[in-house]
Unconditional design. Structure first.
Length: 91
């Protein structure tokens, strides 16, 4: 499971989304697919459930969706916009 850290704000619209990282003063634009993945992550959905939902919703093969979702999650984590929810338990 993942969570969006404190200081990160998201908005979602029909054309995609915007993520604002208040801590770093950075703005990220998301396409529609990325915005939808982030929405699902924020509801607590697990990666396999997100892949199934995106594959169905966007009519994309499951194999391609798995790769895209994994890469997107890795990118969010790299930019500190997403973290493992378990990471806070070790402090």
């Amino acid at each position: 499971m993942y969570r969006v850290p404190e200081g990160v704000r998201c908005t979602h619209g029909q054309d995609g989304g915007v993520v604002l990282d208040i801590r770093q003063g950075r703005i990220f634009n998301l396409n529609l697919l990325g915005s939808r993945v982030l929405e699902l992550l924020m509801t607590g959905a697990a990666q396999p459930a997100i892949v199934a939902e995106i594959s169905e919703e966007f009519k994309v093969t499951r194999n391609a969706t798995e790769n895209d979702v994994a890469e997107f999650i890795a990118s969010l984590k790299q930019h500190h916009l997403l973290e493992d929810s378990e990471s806070n338990c070790h402090h």
